[in-house]
Each structure stands twice: as C-alpha cells, then as structure tokens.
Design a protein around this ligand. Structure first.
Ligand code: BGC
Length: 354
C-alpha cells in the first residue's frame, strides 16, 4: 500500500491518494476526498490489466462538476421525493438538487467531504478505513452521524466495502458507492455489449421525477427481466414507459435475497475481454444505472471522453424515497443502533468471445 498527495482543497487542506495492490496485481487507487475510487485495474481473460472505472487523473477533475464518479454517496443514496421527510411528526427539509427532489445527499454530500483515513493490513488483504462525522443538521438531516467506510482489497480479487454509521438522534441513512464501470476499460466505447444478470424478480417503477410509485412490479415480460444474462443494449431503448422515464435503465431492483448476510445481486460479463464482475450485498436493493446522462462533455483519464452509456453503476442500497414510503424496508436509524451494510465486487474472468 502506498500513499501520495493527490492535491489541495481550495481551503488548503491536503488530499491523499492511497494505492492498494493485491498479490496478483489487481490494483485500486482511492482518495480520501469523497472516498472516491479513482482507478480500479482488473484482469481480462488473457491476463491483461485495464482500468475499469471512469474518473479523472487529478483532484481538480473531482472538485469540478461531475456525476459522482467513484464516490461514496450519503447521507442518502438516490432520491428523496419533494426533498423532505418526517420523523416523529417533525418534517426535515433538504435541498432540491434534482428538480423537486433531493439526490445523493444534497448540494454537498459525502462525495464532497474530506474523510479521515488510516490503513490496515491483514494476511490476505489491505484495507483503507475512511471516517467522517456529519454534523447534526448537515444538508438538512437530523443527528450527528458518525460514519465509517472500509474499502478492502483481498488477494482473491474481491473488493469489499463495509459501511457503518451511528447517530445521536433519529435520522435516515442509505450509503452506497457510485463507481461507473466499463469492463472493456474506461473510455473504450459504450457498455451496451456487456451482458448483465440481476437477481431480482421485481423492480420499483418510478414517476417522471424518478421517484418510486410504491409498487413492486414483477419483471416478467418487461425490459427489466435480467434473471438470465441479457445484453445491456438489447432492450435499453424499448418502447416502454419506465425505459422512457429513465432514458434507459435508471431503476432500483428488488433483490431476491436468501436470508440475512451477503446475497448474490448481479453478474456482468464483457464478452470481448472476458472481464466479469459479480456483486454481492447485504442490501435489499440495487440501482442499475446505465450512464444515460453522460453526454461526451467530460474528458476523463488518459484523455478519454465519456459518451452516453459509456459506464454503468450498480448501486447497492435501500430503495429510493424510503423515508416517504412506509411499505419499503426502513432506512430509519435510531441512537444506540448501528447502520451496517456490506457489498462485494468479485473480479473474475471468462474466455473472451472474439
Ligand atoms: C441516479 C441517476 C443520476 C446519477 C447521477 C444515479 O444513481 O439514479 O438518475 O443521474 O446517479 O449521476
């Protein structure tokens, strides 16, 4: 594990970049600004490494406007309808940073905080431990929230993320990571030829502002049925109201979980390279977002531009707008209780198909 300076914030604080490399050579660089995964180098079916995460080479890129590349999302991943919620009769108001709604924690979410960092190493793994205390009332959320995110790279080519939070007042929490993957290598075209399998029999359809309607809709007979592997591009422009609202896929899937603990969520294969990503999680949901809002105006690493649908996100999470949807699994966190969430990204390989 190595540490270097990544740059300075406008207020003069120093930002660090940590590089973790496992015994096989899988490597990731992570900054304590926003807990952003800056690079993620994994092997293809022929043993070649490529960086599969979209992002920037310099801190300046991340300080500018960008769609949450690689970042920790908090306090609340995805949307809260009308940017408000009520706990025990008290209504809390958030910034409307996405039409009428609140998205990804507000104007200055966890993706824009400088996290405290320390490192740990085990016999078969290395861990970057990031912590941040969000003050009571920050971005409109009640309670002082003590947050810890542990990023672990293991020698079995698994990348593990553990989230932990504690509060001193009742609040809502939903943490995730917003890495955009392109398993052909970042900047190498769109992701439409990737094949995806999602372990979900239902999804949460949305209104025009991408707020769930409350329904858990079966995927049967819809472009959202990924229970068997399908090309991402096969139905992404289908004549379907939900596809139109998302401008492609931008939906929360209700995972078919088996008991408590880590459960299989998704498997993505890039056929030309044989790179495979499996996602396992303790969460009940996962946002499958196909980078529909990328538009080629951002230049990322190695001078590559990121056109529409050149990356996909698999954001493990509780369902969007849960604080306003009593029938959804609860995102309420009470003092004395712990918020815990774990997600694994397993990097595997298959025989390249061309
Ligand atoms: C959301 C998209 C949003 C994107 C931000 C995703 O999690 O579901 O609607 O545009 O994040 O880049």
């Amino acid at each position: 594990m190595t540490v270097q300076e990544f740059g300075k914030l406008p207020n003069g604080e120093t930002v660090q970049l940590f590089t973790l490399r496992n015994k096989n050579g899988v490597e990731t660089a992570i900054t304590n600004y926003g807990g952003i995964i800056v690079t993620l180098k994994t092997f293809d079916g022929k043993g070649l490494l490529a960086d599969v995460a979209l992002g920037f080479e310099t801190l300046a890129g991340y300080l500018g406007k960008h769609p949450y590349f690689g970042a920790i999302i908090g306090r609340y991943g995805n949307r809260i309808g009308k940017a408000r919620f009520t706990i025990d009769g008290v209504t809390y108001t958030l910034a409307k940073n996405d039409g009428e709604n609140s998205l990804h924690g507000g104007n200055e979410g966890f993706d824009r905080k400088l996290w405290k960092a320390r490192t740990e190493s085990g016999p078969d793994s290395q861990t970057l431990v990031l912590s941040y205390t969000s003050p009571d009332g920050e971005e409109g959320y009640p309670g002082t929230l003590e947050t810890e995110v542990r990023y672990t790279l293991r020698d079995d080519d698994t990348f593990r993320i553990d989230y932990l939070a504690k509060t001193d007042k009742k609040t809502v929490v939903n943490l995730t990571n917003h890495t955009y993957f392109n398993l052909a290598g970042q900047g190498n075209g769109d992701i439409l030829n990737h094949e995806i399998q999602i372990n979900a029999s239902r999804f949460t359809p949305v209104d025009e502002g991408l707020i769930p309607t409350g329904e858990l809709r079966p995927v049967d007979g819809t472009p959202f049925d990924f229970r068997k592997p399908v090309r991402i591009g096969a139905r992404i422009d289908a004549d379907d109201e939900q596809i139109r609202r998302g401008r492609g896929y931008d939906h929360n899937f209700v995972l078919d979980r088996e008991g408590e603990g880590l459960s299989f969520a998704a498997r993505v294969t890039e056929p030309s390279t044989g790179r495979v990503l499996e996602v396992w999680t303790t969460e009940p949901g996962m946002q499958f977002y196909t980078g529909n809002f990328l538009d080629g105006t951002i230049t990322g690493k190695a001078g590559k531009v990121y056109p529409r649908r050149s990356g996909f996100c698999l954001e493990t999470q509780h369902f969007p707008d849960s604080p306003n949807q009593p029938s959804f699994p609860s995102t309420l966190l009470e003092p004395g209780k712990e918020y815990r969430s774990t997600t694994l990204w397993k990097f595997l390989t298959a025989q390249p198909r061309k």
